[in-house]
Design a protein around this ligand. Structure first.
Ligand SMILES: C[S@@+](CC[C@H](N)C(=O)[O-])C[C@H]1O[C@@H](n2cnc3c(N)ncnc32)[C@H](O)[C@@H]1O
Length: 195
């Protein structure tokens, strides 16, 4: 999918998620994010933050104890939408571009968050993008990943594991779950080993 020029259906779905009826699906985001192993004081890098639907919940979890989110997304269209939506979240910074090229400090982040994005990263740059994400994490830092396994151009779970493992991550835990509209998903926690 071209996220510089998202199709109408995508933008409609995205807008719906930000309305009251959309709250049917929002708990699926909110409950997942609230249950992540985050104390609230972390620096989190969200890769592929899109229009900020998940970011809003991350920002809420992190606001209580001074945590912050750095969003990185390659699409100007999506980051423009996210910037508007995140205006009232001072603990969120949004950067447009390729994580491989942006000036982001190595080892500065406690956690990474990737939601419905890994499969959308061009295969030709996927491994290098994972490696760049890995570098931003401190040793012992965690990657929280949730990806579709059937719809939306999903990747096979083994292919996700392969690219993340080649990128240096170790799978700590995973669950195969399913949610209305989003369908079957792979929820996993990966670790950047301490040494
Ligand atoms: C399906 S959207 C998911 C948005 C959001 N995470 C969510 O769950 O609502 C995928 C996002 O990944 C972004 N993306 C694709 N390739 C990327 C890359 N190489 N680096 C950063 N973001 C990328 C797209 O621009 C898009 O915003």
């Amino acid at each position: 999918m071209d996220f510089e020029n998202p199709d109408r259906m995508y933008l409609l779905f995205d807008a719906l998620l930000n309305t009251r009826p959309g709250s049917i699906i929002l708990p699926i985001y909110r409950n997942y994010i609230r249950n992540l192993d985050l104390a609230g004081d972390e620096r989190v890098l969200e890769l592929g933050s899109g229009s900020g639907i998940a970011t809003r919940h991350l920002a809420g979890v992190l606001r209580k104890r001074g945590g912050r989110v750095l969003c990185v997304d390659s699409s100007k269209t999506m980051t423009d939408i996210a910037r508007k939506r995140m205006r009232k979240h001072p603990n969120v910074e949004i950067r447009t571009g390729d994580i491989r090229a942006l000036d982001i400090e190595d080892g500065a982040y406690d956690a990474a968050f990737v939601h419905f994005t890994l499969h959308d990263i061009d295969e030709a740059i996927r491994l290098e993008t994972v490696k760049a994400l890995f570098r931003t994490l401190r040793p012992g830092g965690k990657l929280f990943l949730r990806e579709p396994t059937v719809k939306f151009g999903a990747m096979p779970v083994e292919a996700m594991r392969d690219v993340l493992t080649l990128g240096g991550f170790i799978e700590e835990s995973h669950r195969l779950v399913s949610a209305p509209l989003l369908g079957p998903m792979y929820e996993a926690v990966y670790l950047k080993p301490a040494a």
